[in-house]
Write a new protein. Structure first.
Length: 338
């Protein structure tokens, strides 16, 4: 699933109203056409969100498509209030957040994980379940961040080792609540995904010289790359698939999808602006596109003066993200039938 940390600093007054109970504020259906547009059944709709917020975004969707998590910003006279939003179907729950907290993944039970900041300015991960946000245990570090959760509730992430000045891979095992452990992974590891059978993927190495890797449930670590490839980043994994980018020399790179069973790979459509998520069927999303194999299609809802962005995709094909109309607010959206 998904999986980025964005910093937003906004100074604006809220404009317009949208009732929290509003289910669809904008709807568009793509028409079938050759050359990369979405199918005729692909539709976009706006998720409900608090009326007094300036902007809202849908960050992650669970594998079943039932649960969604995102963020919103309420602009006050003196201070801005950041909110976490949790959707179950069309019902949305808002929770006030400390600073710029952000959800990064969600499992089929609706358990959400995300990253925030402690009062000391150090990264502090959290988990939302049972209607409550709870801080995850951490190790001594200059910053700890989570990246993925599987359906068993196992969480992976990374922290910075104060002594060595390197990243260390971390795991919060569901079988041992309240604990966090250093993962047996490559040096300078940053795990970015965990599948339901416990397979973990990530990248390691200094900035700009990354190596992709996969850690099997038995502890064996294999490389994730392509023949002749150089620096490799791994964006995440779901089911038997992992996605990432491989540099082939200089500034030339290609986006790929690996089959974790045997390490084989498919080169993805380079029309994709980037990669943000993959589902258990190997379908990927990034920017305004959804990709299957080496082809991709544009999602409906964008156009002149309108930006859209797909952030996460469920196994059922539901996609969530944002829509930004020029001179108007950013709204959380959901695509279905794409």
């Amino acid at each position: 699933m998904n999986r980025s940390t964005r910093r937003r600093m906004l100074a604006a007054t809220a404009t317009g109203l949208l009732a929290t109970s509003l289910g669809v504020a904008v709807s568009a259906t793509a028409t079938a056409a050759p050359g990369g547009t979405a199918s005729r059944t692909c539709k976009i709709s706006t998720l409900p969100y608090p009326a007094d917020t300036y902007r809202a975004d849908a960050n992650v969707v669970d594998p079943t498509g039932r649960y969604v998590a995102g963020t919103a910003l309420r602009v006050g006279e003196t201070d801005n209030q950041y909110l976490l939003l949790f959707w179950h179907g069309q019902q949305v729950t808002e929770v006030e957040a400390e600073g710029m907290s952000e959800p990064v993944d969600i499992n089929a039970d609706g358990v959400v994980i995300g990253n925030g900041w402690a009062e000391t300015g150090i990264g502090q991960p959290w988990r939302y379940r049972g209607g409550k946000v709870e801080l995850l245990p951490v190790l001594p570090s200059t910053g700890i961040f989570v990246t993925a959760i599987n359906d068993a509730g196992d969480i992976v992430g990374y922290g910075s080792d104060i002594v060595a000045g390197e990243y260390v891979g971390l795991r919060w095992p569901a079988a041992r609540p309240g604990t966090v452990e250093v993962l047996d992974a490559p040096v300078d590891a940053q795990p970015t995904g965990i599948t339901d059978n416990g397979t973990i993927v990530g990248q390691a190495g200094p900035f700009g010289d990354w190596n992709g890797w996969v850690r099997r449930p038995n502890g064996r670590v294999d490389a994730l790359t392509v023949p002749g490839g150089g620096s490799t980043t791994v964006a995440g994994a779901e089911g038997r698939w992992a996605i990432g980018r491989v540099w082939l020399g200089g500034t030339t790179s290609t986006m790929v999808r690996w089959d974790l069973r045997n390490g084989s790979y498919t080169t993805l459509d380079q029309e994709l602006p980037g990669l943000t998520d993959v589902n258990a069927k190997g379908v990927v999303v990034g920017g305004d596109r959804v990709g299957r194999g080496n082809t991709s299609r544009v999602l409906p809802g964008g156009g002149t003066g309108v930006n859209i962005g797909a952030r996460s995709i469920s196994d059922s094909g539901t996609v969530v993200g944002f829509r930004n109309v020029r001179d108007d607010r950013v709204t959380p959206v959901r695509w279905t039938g794409c």
